[in-house]
Design a protein around this ligand. Structure first.
Ligand code: SF4
Length: 168
């Protein structure tokens, strides 16, 4: 039997979703505070929101329909990132297209570095921002990628024996 701390996340858990939303709020709040305090126009924070929504939409359309958590739901799906979200796209078999992994890194880098110009003008916010991002990425890597059912994802860190046990 697998140790519970490394066991697979066989179903979405609401508290994990809430945890990641709270964790995400830390760097996002720092970014917005810096943009509002130091930006000349509110168009910048609005553009940032637009980029975040566009990135989430692309990942939702290109990656999620391949994911087992997406397929667990009937009309909506849930995981540590989405909860009660309508399934807008038909489920797809097999791994996601190769460009999705490349795009994910590119989109993530754009969103991460977009607010840095304004954060740079108030270093305590810059520190909160980068420590918040580090905490978020490490939490996902340590607690989600190591337990995720999406074995086709390039980030999945579930050991081979656990994958085999689950698929048998
Ligand atoms: S775990 Fe990732 S790929 Fe799967 S449904 Fe959630 S966000 Fe989409």
């Amino acid at each position: 039997m697998a140790c519970p701390s490394i066991g697979l996340a066989t179903e979405p858990i609401l508290t994990r979703f809430v945890y990641y939303k709270i964790l995400t709020l830390v760097p996002v709040s720092a970014a917005f505070t810096a943009m509002v305090r130091h930006g000349e126009s509110l168009l910048w924070p609005l553009l940032y929101v637009g980029l975040c929504l566009a990135h989430a939409g692309i990942m939702n359309a290109a990656k999620c329909p391949h994911c087992p958590y997406y397929k667990l739901g009937d009309r909506t799906f849930a995981c540590f990132i989405w909860w009660g979200t309508p399934k807008l796209w038909a489920e797809r078999e097999g791994p996601e297209r190769p460009w999705v992994g490349q795009y994910a890194k590119f989109g993530w880098a754009i969103l991460t570095f977009f607010p840095v110009y304004w954060l740079w003008q108030e270093w305590p916010l810059l520190l909160i921002y980068f420590f918040g991002i580090a905490g978020l990425v490490m939490s996902i890597g340590l607690n989600e990628c190591s337990r995720c059912l999406n074995f086709n994802c390039g980030h999945c860190g579930v050991p081979e024996d656990l994958r085999r046990e689950y698929l048998e």
